[in-house]
Ligand binder design. Structure first.
Ligand code: NCD
Length: 303
């Protein structure tokens, strides 16, 4: 059983929620292997994507279809009623009358909280600007658990745009629920982890360090690479200057067993030559995304 009705942020999740979803996702692997089931027959997911997305949207859709449910979609802010001036609140009141559960990606920080405050059906944040992306973090957590067998004591180094990278904000908070984890945050000094996240890590007494050199992360169990988030930069010259500060190549990994994660899309920060190495887990993350979202949809619709 989950402790929440709407999923807007990693900050709201308890250890019992993450453990429960990890165990349901493992069960969903069996459901997928058998070609799906009808657990959500008659249920409709509304997928609202007001910001570009390929994998998150398709992953939610695939998850719903594998469980026998159906999907209605709206994408592109410019084609929606929001473009005509409709508020997020009104959109929720309307869409909640078409669907049994809603997921939404939106460019504005805080949009998910606005939506959840009024949504007449369970609501899932699929990314709110530079804020949170809790379902990606749950699938990342599941990937780490599956690869390592446990989460306690894991060491993870996050590399890249830690300021705007919402998946990092969510995953760091989820990892803080587990004993003995040790985190490292490697970024250009212009793109540090926001205080909102470090505050939680401090409150929960998580061990972490901050640095600028990718080589410092190669001893960790996991290296979580991220893209510099072009769309969040006001100063395009600054983006150009920072975008390829970190490029992971096979040379970095010759003596390192660190497993490489990335929420994707990558835009140059991991050389394609890394893909063939046993270190690379980022395409496994994609498969894990479907089973984790099946677990989330089924569990949220059941509670
Ligand atoms: C991430 C996102 O949208 O925040 N992508 C995703 O959901 N798979 C990461 C990114 O866009 O860099």
């Amino acid at each position: 059983m989950l402790t929440f009705r709407h999923l807007t942020s990693a900050h709201q999740l308890l250890r019992s929620d993450t453990d429960f979803l990890i165990s349901v996702a493992a069960e969903m692997e069996k459901v997928v292997a058998k070609g799906g089931n009808d657990a959500l027959k008659g249920k409709i997911l509304a997928a609202l994507f007001y910001e570009p997305s390929t994998r998150t949207r398709l992953s939610f859709e695939a998850a719903m279809l594998r469980l026998g449910g159906q999907v209605i979609t709206a994408d592109g802010l410019q084609f929606s009623s929001m473009y005509k001036g409709e508020t997020i609140e009104d959109t929720m009141m309307v869409v909640g009358r078409y669907a049994d559960i809603i997921c939404m990606r939106h460019p504005d920080l805080g949009s998910a909280d606005k939506a959840a405050a009024v949504a007449p059906v369970p609501f899932i944040n699929a990314g709110d600007g530079p804020g949170q992306h809790p379902t990606q973090a749950l699938l990342d957590l599941y990937t780490i658990h599956k690869s390592r067998g446990s989460l306690e004591g894991v060491t993870v180094s996050f590399v890249g745009d830690l300021k705007f990278g919402r998946t990092v904000h969510s995953l760091a908070v989820l990892l803080s629920l587990y004993e003995g984890v040790s985190l490292q945050f490697i970024s250009p000094k212009e793109l540090p982890l926001p205080e909102k996240v470090t505050k939680v890590l401090d409150e929960r007494k998580v061990k972490y360090s901050v640095g600028e050199d990718i080589r410092e992360g190669l001893e960790s169990d996991f290296l979580y690479m991220t893209r510099v988030q072009q769309e969040r930069f006001e100063d395009k010259a600054e983006y150009e200057r920072l975008k390829l500060k970190y490029i992971l190549t096979p040379e970095h990994l010759t003596k390192s067993a660190t497993k490489v994660l990335h929420p994707l899309p990558r835009v140059g920060e991991i050389s394609p030559a890394v893909d063939a190495l046993p270190n690379a887990l980022y395409f496994q993350q994609v498969s894990n995304g479907v089973v984790m979202r099946m677990a989330i949809l089924q569990s949220m619709l059941a509670s």
